[in-house]
Design a protein around this ligand. Structure first.
Ligand code: A3P
Length: 321
């Protein structure tokens, strides 16, 4: 029988043990439906396919890891909160985002808090959920997307550098060199990789169904955050009213969800969710929050290794970075 509980699952029904596995990152990754996953996510996702029931009014925030998930969660939470205008000039004092981490406020489908899918079932509609799953893994049995999906993507070199830092921080005693990590990344071997396939699936869906899939880029959002917040609210069916725009609510949301505000809201040593048994420090989700930081870590030659493969893989798709 299916156990929905992450913790007490017998190893015989654990799909991850039967999958091809490869070492290099902080733990060996397994190849599941053409993507490299941490074994515990592969196990949960396999069970999810029997248990998770999407709803027509779900909003799913999707991303490749390290591409702005935390930021998008904060923005979507802020604009869909019933009382978004209530905070008015007081945004800085008592908004839930200032005391609870965006990663807690918007649960991952594949990492429900405490590993219990019943928790997702129990959430009232409309649900705000998130995932790192590629589209083909999220809705394996259908080509039509029932829910609304917002995808955030990021320039691959910056995403890679962010991944590399994260990987070296999350597991004590593990470290990987930048060159070694780069070689794995350009082979498509990284958590939830190949990176480009992940982007392409959502990109194509957004081209085919723009009313269902909103495709955002981290860099564009950084350049014009207010415009993107307005766009996001409209897409999510909760457009800002003229009054709200007049009162500067979109600007307040941008300020509330900014890197400085959110990263300043935690102290070292604050922890976030049990991630399949792993406890992460809240601060690991906030490093630098800058566009183009890759140049501070990689040579041009290293950068072009990523550019070459990404260009080749995205050729003809219309998606460019
Ligand atoms: P860097 O490592 O380049 O700083 P994710 O949330 O998908 O794990 O992505 C993490 C990246 O987003 C990190 O990038 C992190 O610093 C950045 N980030 C987190 N919160 C942010 C915010 N509010 N605004 C902009 N960037 C943010």
């Amino acid at each position: 029988s299916e156990s929905e509980n992450h913790g007490n699952q017998s190893s015989s029904d654990d799909v991850s043990q039967q999958l091809p596995s490869r070492e290099g990152w902080s733990e060996p990754l397994v190849l599941y439906k053409n993507y490299w996953l941490r074994p515990r996510f592969a196990s949960t996702i396999a069970r999810l396919h029997n248990n998770f029931k999407p709803r027509h009014d779900d909003t799913i925030l999707a991303s490749n890891p390290k591409c702005g998930t935390t930021w998008l969660k904060a923005l979507a939470f802020a604009v869909t909160t019933q009382s978004r205008s209530r905070y008015g000039n007081d945004l800085a004092t008592d908004h839930p985002l200032l005391s609870r981490h965006p990663q807690e406020l918007v649960p991952f489908i594949e990492v429900p808090l405490d590993g219990d899918l019943a928790q997702l079932e129990a959430l009232p509609s409309p649900r705000l959920l998130s995932t790192h799953m590629p589209l083909s893994m999220l809705f394996p049995d259908t080509t039509t997307i029932a829910s609304r999906v917002v995808y955030v993507c990021r320039e691959p070199k910056d995403a890679f550098v962010s991944r590399w830092h994260f990987e070296n921080r999350i597991v004590k005693g593990y470290s990987v060199g930048l060159e070694a990590a780069l070689d794995m990344f350009v082979e498509g071997f990284s958590p939830y990789g190949p990176f480009w396939d992940h982007c392409l699936e959502y990109w194509r869906a957004s081209v085919a169904s723009p009313d269902r899939v909103l495709f955002l880029k981290y860099e564009d959002m950084m350049a014009e955050p207010v415009m993107h917040v307005v766009k996001l609210a409209a897409f999510l069916g909760v457009p800002f009213t003229a009054e709200e725009e007049e009162a500067g609510v979109p600007e307040q949301v941008v300020g509330l969800c900014s890197f400085d505000t959110l990263s300043g809201a935690y102290r070292t040593g604050d922890f976030v969710r049990r991630n399949g048994g792993v406890v992460l420090e809240k601060s690991v989700f906030f490093r630098k929050g800058k566009v183009g930081d890759w140049v501070n870590h990689m040579t041009q030659d290293m950068g072009s290794k990523i550019d070459r493969v990404v260009e080749e893989k995205l050729k003809g798709s219309g998606l460019v970075f």
